[in-house]
Design a protein around this ligand. Structure first.
Ligand SMILES: Cc1cc2nc3c(=O)[nH]c(=O)nc-3n(C[C@H](O)[C@H](O)[C@H](O)COP(=O)(O)OP(=O)(O)OC[C@H]3O[C@@H](n4cnc5c(N)ncnc54)[C@H](O)[C@@H]3O)c2cc1C
Length: 248
């Protein structure tokens, strides 16, 4: 079985994000990029599945040269092979899904792990779109995964509980925090990953259906208000919480 895992290279959530002078993209100056945190659960589940059932694992990332850092991290964790779908162009989510679906098909992979969401653009849609394009089954927001021959039993996180779903391969699984504890790359893994060749495939221009026409930063937070320093301030505090903040 060939197990694929799709990994996105995203700004570190601790990074201070600024908007470029064009007003519609991120200014990358000084921004550190990391493996999309949800994709670490996807990598770990791909590795665990291989350890249990054998087969080959492959990590796929769409983006520019710097996405190789994320692919190297996947290789260092134990993924066997990596492909960079290389582009400098803006790809919307559907264009990302189309390119990933074509590569998954070329790799003949019947089990594909995605994160449930990229923490940069937060669309939570690429895994599901890719499944549709491939005509694969799809289970999203998975917190427990079991494979029995060609049958998948997965727990999905839902409001206030879990939903247990059964489906068949070929399938796309999107992973949620809690599914597993992603392993740390060992020193041996890091050294081995440095020697591995990341296959590069240059993509043609995308046929996007959406266009980013602007980006806005959130409004600055209002400064805090001190209404008193002793118990005499309590009635006013209660009034403000009730009438202004509307939280009680
Ligand atoms: C060079 C480049 C520049 C871009 N610039 C901008 C920009 O300035 N503004 C803008 O709004 N968008 C930009 N995008 C698009 C943005 O990066 C994509 O929308 C993003 O790749 C997917 O985000 P999402 O929220 O749709 O993903 P989600 O649907 O939230 O992602 C779910 C899962 O899909 C998989 N996945 C998602 N993206 C990729 C990927 N690229 N490779 C492999 N797996 C993936 C991961 O497993 C992820 O956990 C750019 C894209 C590229 C390639």
């Amino acid at each position: 079985m060939k197990i694929a895992v799709c990994v996105n290279h995203v700004p570190d959530t601790a990074a201070k994000i600024n908007i470029s002078s064009d007003g519609k993209s991120i200014d990358n100056t000084g921004v550190t990029y990391v493996v999309n945190p949800y994709d670490e659960f996807a990598i770990e589940e791909a590795l665990k599945t291989k350890e249990k059932f054998g087969g080959d694992t492959i990590a796929i990332s769409l983006g520019n040269e710097s996405n190789k850092e994320t692919l190297r991290k996947a290789l260092a964790m134990g993924i066997d092979n990596a492909v960079l779908l290389k582009t400098e162009e803006y790809y919307d989510s559907l264009s990302v899904a189309k390119a990933l679906a074509a590569e998954i098909k070329a790799q003949n992979s019947g089990l594909v792990f995605f994160g449930k969401q990229s923490v940069d653009f937060d669309n939570s849609i690429v895994g599901q779109l890719t499944a549709e394009l491939l005509n694969y089954n799809c289970v999203s927001v998975v917190v427990e995964f079991e494979l029995k021959e060609n049958k998948i039993i997965a727990d999905r996180e839902i409001e206030g509980g879990k939903e247990v779903v059964e489906t068949l391969l070929p399938a796309v699984i999107t992973t949620q925090k809690g599914l597993n504890d992603p392993r740390y790359a060992s020193l041996k893994g890091i050294m081995a990953a440095k020697k591995k060749v990341i296959e590069e495939k240059t993509l043609a221009k995308p046929n996007n259906f959406t266009e980013v026409i602007g980006m806005k930063k959130p409004a600055p937070k209002q400064p805090g208000k001190i209404i008193g320093t002793d118990s005499s301030a309590v009635p006013e505090l209660v009034r403000l919480l009730r009438e202004e903040a509307k939280v009680i």
